[in-house]
Design a protein around this ligand. Structure first.
Ligand SMILES: C[S@@+](CC[C@H](N)C(=O)[O-])C[C@H]1O[C@@H](n2cnc3c(N)ncnc32)[C@H](O)[C@@H]1O
Length: 274
């Protein structure tokens, strides 16, 4: 799928190509217009888990958004999953969703929608709960939907299946999954399946430049899409390969079955890695 770099791992049929790389290095090497849909969740600014300054993370986010434009085909869609998080002890909220939206418009992208991902969390203690004004706990994140070029209506019979009703809903209630044991910030596979089903067609190419443990890849297999995944961290890349291999090993027709590579038990499988 790439014109220069060989994938670090690819499936036998070449439909899944994974790169252990810095996405800012790899994206410029992908063929122009090769990608139909981008679905990703960058390490967002303000989240302490990344151990990086807010401005460095914001630069990484915005550079990646810009670098996605060339490989993305005309009329392609970008699903950008981010959040505005309370930053530091004083509960000041980051402005990542707004900044990203302005940056996207400046890059010539059109906005096609915003999904609120309701994380179905309960009983969270609000930050700074003893002081006023309080900062509400973060129980939602956002998926920004951007569009490249002019809107061209596409095939209507696109196999939306059970996701058809979602076309009229901008709030998705999806609980986090147990893959949380494997990564600090994965999104649920259900979230990825919905985005892929709504904004791409079968056999099209979906890319995730911050693929983490490969959730988007698993969702691509389950929905019959091709996938390009990029991850810089070796330990997450390794898990992504395992999960994707595990899903493929179920065989067509069974991809939706839950396979056992989950949780701490799944982590032990990494020990006998080839
Ligand atoms: C929010 S997580 C994505 C999680 C993913 N959606 C999943 O479900 O596993 C962001 C990921 O981007 C990776 N990352 C950070 N900088 C990167 C870069 N320059 N190139 C590629 N990956 C990077 C991090 O290691 C992390 O795994």
């Amino acid at each position: 799928m790439s014109k220069i770099i060989k994938p670090t791992w690819q499936s036998d049929d070449g439909r899944i190509c994974l790169y252990q790389e810095d996405c800012l290095k790899l994206l410029p090497q992908l063929e122009k217009g090769r990608v139909d849909t981008v679905l990703t969740s960058p390490p967002y600014p303000g989240a302490a888990m990344w151990g990086m300054e807010e401005d460095v993370l914001l630069k990484l986010n915005l550079s990646c958004l810009e670098f996605c434009l060339e490989p993305l085909r005309e009329n392609g869609v970008i699903c950008w999953q981010i959040a505005d998080v309370p930053n530091g002890n004083h509960g000041i909220i980051t402005t990542t969703t707004t900044t990203t939206t302005f940056a996207a418009v400046n890059l010539g992208l059109k906005i096609r929608g915003q999904i609120i991902w309701d994380k179905a969390s309960s009983n969270l203690v609000p930050l700074c709960f003893m002081r006023r004004p309080i900062v509400p706990s973060l129980t939602h994140e956002m998926i920004l939907i951007f569009y490249k070029g002019d809107w061209v209506p596409r095939e209507k019979k696109s196999g939306l299946g059970k996701y058809k009703g979602l076309m009229t809903q901008s709030v998705w209630r999806i609980a986090a999954e147990r893959e949380r044991d494997l990564h600090v910030a994965p999104f649920p596979c259900e979230l990825a399946r919905r985005c892929i089903s709504l904004w791409s067609l079968e056999d099209e190419v979906v890319i995730d430049p911050f693929m983490g443990i490969g959730t988007t890849g698993v969702a691509c297999i389950q929905t019959g899409r091709k996938f390009i995944g990029i991850e810089i961290e070796p330990k997450y890349f390794k898990i992504a390969v395992k999960r994707i291999k595990g899903c493929l090993s179920l065989g067509p027709g069974n991809y939706h079955r839950k396979y056992s590579f989950m949780g701490k038990k799944g982590l032990s499988l990494l020990e006998d890695d080839e």
